[in-house]
Ligand binder design. Structure first.
Ligand code: NDP
Length: 455
């Protein structure tokens, strides 16, 4: 994939970027290592000041930064504004709490004094996707930099201007030169990078093949990784649920970011008793959604990020139909315009046992399934290779407890939509990956948890 800005709403190539040469990559690595030697000595209060300043810059420049995101990957401008604001939040959150999260923790043992100390590791490589081009990076960078690490960003090739803008924000915030740098390189270069001794660990958000490739390269060097991969989150609605609330949230939970979110609700598992009504109400909501220019304030769904994502989605819908499913609305790319537009799509009557039912749909396509009771709901919810998030709707506290206990996922949200929040950990199990971002757990991923024992 070329490193370039291509407007997904028009297909127009706006700017091409030369990948960094081997010499440029080597120079950036040298600079990152030099930066680490002194950055690790800086105090939490200095780092907090810089991170708060980064939050200020994000807030001041949010209109321009949001425009850049919309231009490069097609999310609606209003959602891009919200994304920049959330990045400012994660910066302020770790600026305030990192010192406490990383304070020495004393433990009583047979020693005179024993405690746990948290020290930075060094250079951390972040391989990031295009779907939340700012948020994915800041939720890595805020804790990593507060912990005293330095970051190298390999961003997705279709969002190079976002990648460069993030580097500039962190530099302008006052962080020492070299503490956070962007590498304009293809994914194929990442394996070689991991064999450089100075890179101590890596985090990747993206597809399974990319995650496997990074994990294998890292394993060969015994380096830690955090992986945030795909998901096919269930959204379960039982008979006792507040149906109106569930339908309203179901629409957002599936359509957020034009449907391109790892934690989007992708499989709607409905108890028979309310299934007809839920389906009807959801269909009405989908019919009312406006697909169009992502810059316009009344647009709900913009284009998909790339022609490949569009083609993959179209093929998946065709595969559902071949497997006997019905398409209630949408189902085909919008041929009346340029760009990667795919309308809200709803699919029913798909056998949950078909291979396609177990895939991730990265776009505005909802799969609806019916189940007789909670036992079958939980069974179906767990019947995918993924385990990222789950949303379950019921007012019955015993049913709520069963979902909390029995759903196989990194997060369970009861009567709400799965979302990331700086204060609570985020991550998956099974083929959705491992490790956690955000919260106290997120900042502990890339530190040396050193045991100290003094007689
Ligand atoms: P990728 O996984 O290919 O891209 C994510 C990041 O990984 C990009 O920076 C990419 O770089 C990089 N990358 C790609 N291949 C490798 C590799 N072999 N080694 C190291 N890094 C690599 O995702 P796509 O954009 O191709 O999207 C495909 C699917 O992935 C989606 O349909 C969705 O299912 C899933 N996905 C999940 C996301 C999530 O939030 N969990 C986010 C995005 C995608 P480059 O752009 O240069 O190829």
């Amino acid at each position: 994939m070329p490193i370039a800005t291509i407007n997904p709403a028009t297909g127009e190539l706006l700017k091409n970027f030369e990948p960094h040469s081997d010499a440029e990559i080597a120079a950036k690595l040298d600079l990152a290592q030099q930066a680490f030697e002194h950055y690790r000595q800086t105090s939490f209060s200095e780092r907090s000041r810089w991170l708060d300043k980064a939050a200020d810059i994000l807030e001041q420049k949010k209109a321009d930064l949001a425009k850049l995101m919309t231009l490069e990957m097609g999310k609606t401008y209003k959602s891009a504004i919200a994304e920049v604001e959330k990045c400012a939040w994660v910066c302020r959150y770790y600026a305030e709490h990192a010192a406490q999260f990383l304070a020495d923790t004393y433990v009583e043992t047979d020693a005179t004094k024993s405690f746990v100390k948290y020290q930075p590791l060094g250079i951390i490589l972040a391989v990031m996707p295009w779907n939340f081009p700012f948020w994915q990076v800041f939720r890595f960078a805020a804790p990593a930099l507060m912990a005293g690490n330095v970051g190298l960003l390999k961003h997705a090739s279709n969002v190079p201007q976002c990648a460069l803008a993030i580097e500039e924000i962190i530099q302008k915030a006052g962080f020492p030169t070299g503490v956070f740098q962007t590498l304009l390189i293809p994914g194929a270069k990442v394996g070689d990078l991991m064999s450089d001794d100075r890179i101590k660990a890596a985090t990747l958000t993206g597809s399974e093949p990319a995650g496997i490739s990074l994990a294998v390269a890292s394993a060969k060097q015994i380096k830690k990784t955090v992986l945030e991969l795909g998901g096919s989150d269930p959204f379960i609605v039982l008979e006792s649920a507040d149906l109106q609330a569930a339908v309203a949230v179901a629409t957002t939970a599936r359509m957020l970011n034009n449907g391109q979110s790892c934690i989007a609700a992708k499989r709607f598992i409905l108890q028979e008793a309310i299934a007809d009504q839920f389906e009807k109400l959801l269909l009405e909501k989908y019919q009312a959604l406006k697909v169009g220019d992502p810059m316009q304030p009344d647009t709900d769904i913009g284009p998909l990020a790339t022609p490949d994502i569009l083609q993959d989605l179209e093929l998946q819908v065709q595969t559902c139909v071949k497997a006997g499913a019905k398409v209630l609305i949408g189902g085909q790319p919008l041929a009346d315009r340029p760009g990667n537009f795919f309308p809200p799509t709803m699919i029913t009557d798909l056998s949950p046992d078909s291979a396609i039912a177990k895939e991730e749909f990265f776009g505005p396509v909802a799969l609806l399934f019916r189940v007789p009771d909670i036992d079958e709901a939980i069974k179906l919810a767990n019947a995918t290779p993924f385990g990222l998030g789950a949303s379950a709707w019921t007012t019955n506290s015993q049913e709520q407890q069963r979902f909390i206990d029995e759903i196989e996922a990194g997060a369970v949200f009861i009567n709400g939509m799965v979302k990331s929040d700086p204060r609570i950990p985020f991550g998956g199990i099974k083929r959705s990956g491992y490790g956690r971002e955000l919260g106290i757990q997120g900042i502990h991923e890339f530190v040396n948890i050193k045991t100290v024992w003094v007689k």
